[in-house]
Design a protein around this ligand. Structure first.
Ligand code: IMP
Ligand code: MG
Length: 196
């Protein structure tokens, strides 16, 4: 006998189209072009003659990195790391675990960590410490979004797409429970998930 699922009081994943847009696809593209130009200018005179290395933080930064890498006109390569916070809830203990490390050595290279959102700062301060152990020639941070009011540890990005208030957002790589990463604009999620 087929069973009928109990009706849920709220839609688990409301359609993205029903959510307010914070930044349109066009606004994001324009800002990414600006950052790409800025990075190209900043690294144009770097002495190593080596491509700069973009290290994306999976999975959220994948789409930003894909666009940013193409907006940067100087030679660059990319790599990816993956991290998880213990227990999924992001706790102030700062416990972050590396799930996937970089594939290629970065010693002596100019490195930019590419992140979707700089929120509490726990992820990026952990990753920055880890990457510095590899002795890169330089290490900077590029983030698509910055929520400065949420910071638990002092860390700033060198390149920021947009600074935003404390609202939970989805789209352009950013998820709620793994959904909405493919949404082309950045939109406000209607109710902030627990912990936000
Ligand atoms: P934190 O800076 O260590 O707190 O972690 C930042 C990470 O939390 C980001 O890379 C996102 O994966 C996630 N995050 C923070 N705020 C949001 C949001 O508004 N939407 C989706 N993910 C978020
Ligand atoms: Mg992330």
């Amino acid at each position: 006998m087929p069973t009928t699922a109990a009706p849920s009081p709220t839609l688990a994943f409301p359609p993205a189209a029903s959510m307010d847009i914070l930044f349109t696809q066009a606004e994001i593209a324009a800002r990414v072009r600006e950052i790409g130009h800025q990075i190209s200018t900043d690294y144009a005179g770097q002495d190593s003659g080596q491509p700069i290395v973009l290290i994306g933080v999976l999975k959220g930064a994948a789409i930003f990195l894909a666009d940013l890498a193409r907006a940067i006109t100087i030679s660059n390569t990319f790599d990816f790391v993956a991290v998880s916070s213990y227990g999924r809830a992001r706790v102030s203990s700062g416990a972050v675990k590396l799930i996937k490390d970089i594939d290629n050595p970065i010693e002596g290279k100019h490195v930019i960590i590419v992140e979707d959102i700089l929120d509490t700062g726990l992820t990026l301060s952990y990753l920055r410490g880890l990457m510095l152990q590899h002795r890169p020639a330089s290490l900077k941070i590029a983030t698509c979004l910055d929520k400065p009011s949420r910071r638990l540890v002092p860390i700033e990005a060198d390149y920021v797409g947009f600074s935003i208030p404390n609202r939970f957002v989805i789209g352009y790589g950013m998820d709620y429970s793994e959904v909405y990463r493919n949404v082309p604009d950045i939109r406000l999620y209607p109710e902030p998930p627990a912990g936000h």
